[in-house]
Ligand binder design. Sequence first.
Ligand code: GDD
Ligand code: MN
Length: 372
Amino acid sequence: MYDLTVIIPTFREEANIRKIVTEVDEVFRSSGIHGEVLVVDDNSPDATISIVNDLKVTMPNVSLLVRTADHGLSQSVSDGFIHASSDVFVVIDADFSHPPVLIPKMYEEILAGNDVVIGSRYMEGGGIRKWPIKRRVISLGATFLGRLLFPDITDPVSGFFAVRKSVVAQAHLKPRGYKILLEVLGKGIWEHDKEIPFEFSDREIGSSKLKIKTIVEYAQQVVDITLYSFTQHQSAAWREWKKVFKFGMVGLTGIVVNEGVLICLKESAGLLLPVASVFAIEFSILSNFILNDLWTFRSDQKRVLSHRWQRFMLFQLVSLGGAVINFGILNALSAYTGMDYRMANVLGILVAFAWNFIVNRRLTWVTKRTSG
Ligand code: GDD
Ligand code: MN
């Protein structure tokens, strides 16, 4: 039994495989980790397999899994989870895009109680070298989608991560495409995560195999994880959906408050309609804020905006933005597309709701994440 299994998925990696395996093993030695290297190869037609077999002769902690049933990066990693002989896994690319020196740090963070430890390109201290603009844009899009499900994670689609066996052992993973981490986060059973910044550097030779199909597959994966989270109530994505539901319910109470205050001020206090309406709107923003602050986003962790008044000012601003969006969409759609104004308003409300939730989730009520 090993402390740790480093899973290296490979396809046509004859140029890198000897060096990466050796380097990972050196990291084991220098950090005192009793580690195993598991190469999961998709039956590469080049010398990858024979090189690993050659390494195995002198390195008893190296194993090789050659897959033939199907082909794919995520499937390979997921097979690696099944064949590994330890309780902690690290997944790393063969082409030195991910620095092996960070492996001990990731392992430490698992020992410290984290279930998933992610090498992040998008947190402070992380980065990407040698990527063309097109790839950056696609990656940012993918990351944005992934962060709808896991807003606290800066890089939910990283290919460099550590995970406890218990997270994935019972999980119904449906591996496909390149983003196995998103699948692990969406379907695995975990609570604590940690991100470590690193600089991704692309391979010198070869080109990205990114195709339209990959993007479509990814979108399907996001939808699939979303649906799955509706049935698996202990998942992290479900915790996020609960916030969306609560935020929506608070929004509904806001309508009642708005209407109630409007009627009171107009009928009992006898204020003019525009004046009464301004007060009514402001009151509902205030009551929405209080409910969201005490209920929807109640948190044990420290918030970046630590004072309630700071959060309120921002919430107020975001709400005004939401009102402008609602107003803009309603008027633009009914004026330019001839859409029924009631339908146009529903669309405006939905977009404004998404705006309010996403921006407030990420700015107003964002919690501090210790990096390091
Ligand atoms: N077994 C197997 N099967 N391994 C594969 C396959 C496959 O079909 N395709 C690629 N690999 C291996 C490669 O040999 C390499 O070790 C690793 O998976 C990454 O493959 P690259 O082709 O170098 O991927 P990339 O640089 O475009 O993508 C990287 O960045 C993504 C983040 O943007 C990878 O690290 C992804 O895992 C990561 O999500
Ligand atoms: Mn690569």
